[in-house]
Write a protein of this length. Structure first.
Length: 64
């Protein structure tokens, strides 16, 4: 596949960090305010997806 530019890489990292922060906010909100299992699960999934994307993007940067 084609190489991605630095803008694409930076945007991917930024959106991944935003996903992780949203996930953390959902976890805190479910624990402190709402006591909602659905928000807790969604928060964990957002954190996992965001952190996974950051990890993959950083690993891909080392190999190319």
């Amino acid at each position: 596949m084609g190489a991605t530019g630095p803008i694409h890489r930076l945007a991917t990292l930024a959106l991944s960090v935003v996903m992780t922060v949203i996930g953390l906010a959902l976890i805190v909100q479910s624990a402190v305010v709402a006591h909602s299992v659905l928000r807790l699960v969604l928060g964990v999934l957002f954190v996992a997806a965001g952190a996974g994307r950051v990890w993959i993007e950083l690993r891909r940067g080392r190999t190319t």
